[in-house]
Every structure is written in structure tokens, then in C-alpha cells.
Design a protein around this ligand. Structure first.
Ligand code: ADP
Ligand code: SF4
Ligand code: MG
Length: 333
């Protein structure tokens, strides 16, 4: 295997949302992780654990509260004091500098219908990306759009279609076409296949895989669906209440999960066979605590079947237990 290059490094990335009456939502707590160029990086965890916030904060759609996002995908030397040969800290870029990077870093949302304008044809929706970001002549824009339609598995005829004439899967193909139009390097897929039927989901995943192979695209693949992650992603980050619990290659994570939360999460996946008693006891109990008043110590201690005295007092650090397998849990300290 060739040497892997880091494309993005998150350093203690934190995102707090101030809400009413001085309350603050702790959506992300000091996330530190490196993402390799060309990998399909999965992010899982229950609803509200901070997956979407993480994707959006990386893209600077939300300004981070603190921490850094170092991007190594291109050099902007001379353009911004925030960069050099040691990467570009996205959090330090001015809006016009970040605009240059938008070409490299794209996002595809969950709901393909909501992200398309019902009054705009498919062709003009995609062409718009070129109109805003390039100085291509109209004929070039059109030709590039037609090529993109074919690339994402649509037909040239779809240029003239309106969103209501497309199926859910076809709409998501348009969303993907828009995202890859400017040849990005890093794409956040936020539950991008979650709303689709299983068979359509499989087709879109095949398309994403083909694009990943052809263009060495890096995916930041957010989902609550563990089955999809197991099948699709190279590595998986497990989040709980804005924190990283575990990070490992997919195969390792699904074969030998270490963090008690990951173990519970994998046990909670419905299986065709009836659970035996020992398994049942490990299935998650209790509510996720509020992100407005997160518990002290380990964020999972209020629900953890393995908690110890230390767990409510001291927050466990993320440690590398074996090569490439990181866990934040006192059991493995
Ligand atoms: N714009 C916002 N303002 C305030 N709180 C937010 C905002 N966006 C997300 N949150 C809160 O941040 C936490 C993480 O949310 P989110 O990133 O959407 O989780 P996920 O995508 O994993 O379901 C939740 O507690 C959510 O309520
Ligand atoms: S640190 Fe303690 S509470 Fe947290 S996951 Fe590990 S054993 Fe459970
Ligand atoms: Mg989300």
C-alpha cells in the first residue's frame, strides 16, 4: 500500500452554541483526529451527538469556538498568512480566502428534495455552480454539465427536467453532481443516503465508490446507520455527546469494538436472530444526557455498564491502544 497523506487534521476542535438565557450547547468537545487523503471516513453516533455540527464546523459553515482545522490539500502560500507548507488553518481564513477553498471542500445533505429549487431545471441547477465559480463560456458550462450528468448516472435528457420529475435517488445524484462539479478533494456526506430506499442507497454508494476510486476523493461520511458504515467506510469515528469514544479501521471496529458505548451501539443493531440474555443486558439503557449540562468525567458514565468510581470524576483521554485503534475509556488506560 502506498504511503497515506493526511488531508485534514482537526486539533481540539470545539463548538459551543450559545442559546437563550446564558445557556450553552456543548456540541463538540475538543475533537482531535487526522483524515487521510482518499479515504472513506465514517462518523457514527446517536442523533444529537454532534455529527452534523462536526461536518459543518470543518467546512467553516459554523465558526468553531476554538481549535484548528489544518487542511493539507493545497497551498495558498502568499494568499493568506494562515498558511504555508504546514497546511492551512481553515479557522484562520478570511471569508474571501475560504471562498477559494470552497471548491475543494463540498457537502451533500440528507434531503435531496429540500436542496433543489423546484423552479429550476436540473441543468441550470448544476450550471449555476460553474456560473458562480468559474468564467467558463455558456457553451462550455452546458457541455460540462452534460458530462457531469452522465458521470453521476443520469442521462443528458435530464438537463431539461424539473426536480418533481425525478425520483429520490435521481435527486441525490443531482446533489452529488453539484458537489463534484468543481473537482473537490474533500466531500462531507451528511446522511446523504439515509433517506433513500435500500436498493437505491446501494446504487448511490456504488457511484460514490467509483468517484472515490477515480478521483481519490476523500469522504467524511456521516450516518447513524452502522450497516452502511461497515460496508462503505475505511475507518470509523464513534461519537457520543460531542466527544470521540473510539476511532478504528472499520474491520477492527466491527470485529472487536473496545469502548463500552461502541459495544452497546453494535449490540443495539437489530439482527434477524433473537438476542440471548447476555447480549440483551448490554443494550443501551437510559437517556443521553443534555448537551447543555453534560456530565462531568466520562460523558458516557451515566449509562455505562462498566463504569468505575473514577469515571464520574475524570474524563478519559483518547489513547492509541493498538496501531490505528484509539479509545477514550479508563478501562483501557
Ligand atoms: N444551530 C444550533 N443551535 C443550537 N444548538 C444546536 C445547533 N445545531 C445543533 N445543535 C445542538 O448540537 C448538538 C449536536 O447536534 P447535531 O450536530 O445536529 O447532531 P447529529 O448530527 O449527530 O444528530 C445537539 O444537542 C443539537 O441540539
Ligand atoms: S471511562 Fe468509565 S464510564 Fe466511560 S466508557 Fe469507560 S468505563 Fe464507561
Ligand atoms: Mg445530523
Amino acid at each position: 500500500m502506498s504511503e497515506r497523506h493526511v488531508i485534514l487534521e482537526l486539533k481540539k476542535l470545539k463548538k459551543y452554541f450559545p442559546i437563550k438565557r446564558g445557556l450553552v450547547v456543548h456540541a463538540l468537545e475538543d475533537i482531535s483526529v487526522s483524515i487521510y487523503e482518499g479515504e472513506k471516513f465514517g462518523v457514527v453516533g446517536e442523533s444529537g451527538c454532534g455529527k452534523s455540527t462536526l461536518g459543518r464546523t470543518i467546512l467553516q459553515l459554523y465558526p468553531p469556538t476554538s481549535g484548528a482545522c489544518i487542511y493539507y490539500g493545497r497551498s495558498l502560500e502568499g494568499v493568506s498568512p494562515a498558511c504555508g507548507e504546514n497546511g492551512i488553518d481553515l479557522t484562520k481564513l478570511r471569508p474571501q480566502e475560504m471562498r477559494v477553498l470552497r471548491r475543494d471542500m463540498q457537502i451533500v445533505f440528507q434531503d435531496p428534495a429540500a436542496s433543489l429549487d423546484p423552479r429550476q431545471t436540473v441543468g441550470s441547477t448544476i450550471e449555476e455552480v460553474f456560473k458562480i465559480n468559474t468564467d467558463y463560456a455558456p457553451s462550455v458550462r452546458k457541455e460540462k454539465t452534460l458530462v457531469l450528468l452522465e458521470k453521476v448516472g443520469l442521462k443528458r435528457e435530464h438537463f431539461e427536467y424539473y426536480p418533481h420529475q425525478l425520483s429520490g435517488g435521481q435527486k441525490q445524484r443531482v446533489g452529488i453532481a453539484r458537489a463534484i462539479a468543481l473537482d473537490p478533494k474533500f466531500v462531507v456526506l451528511d446522511e446523504s443516503v439515509s433517506a433513500l430506499d435500500v436498493s437505491i442507497q446501494a446504487q448511490i454508494l456504488l457511484l460514490l465508490e467509483a468517484l472515490n476510486r477515480e478521483k481519490n476523493l476523500t469522504y467524511f461520511f456521516i450516518t447513524h446507520d452502522l450497516g452502511v458504515v461497515k460496508y462503505f467506510c475505511d475507518r470509523v469515528l464513534v461519537m457520543y455527546l460531542g466527544n470521540v469514544c473510539e476511532l478504528a479501521p472499520s474491520k477492527v471496529l466491527f470485529r472487536s469494538p473496545l469502548h463500552p458505548y461502541t459495544v452497546s451501539l453494535l449490540d443495539a443493531v437489530p439482527r434477524p436472530v433473537v438476542h440471548d440474555r447476555a447480549q440483551k443486558e448490554r443494550i443501551l439503557e437510559g437517556e443521553v444526557p443534555s448537551a447543555i449540562a453534560p456530565p462531568p468525567g466520562c460523558p458516557f458514565h451515566t449509562r455505562c455498564p462498566r463504569r468505575m468510581l473514577l469515571c464520574s470524576k475524570e474524563k478519559p483521554e483518547l489513547r492509541e491502544i493498538e496501531e490505528g485503534h484509539f479509545v477514550a475509556c479508563h478501562v483501557y488506560a
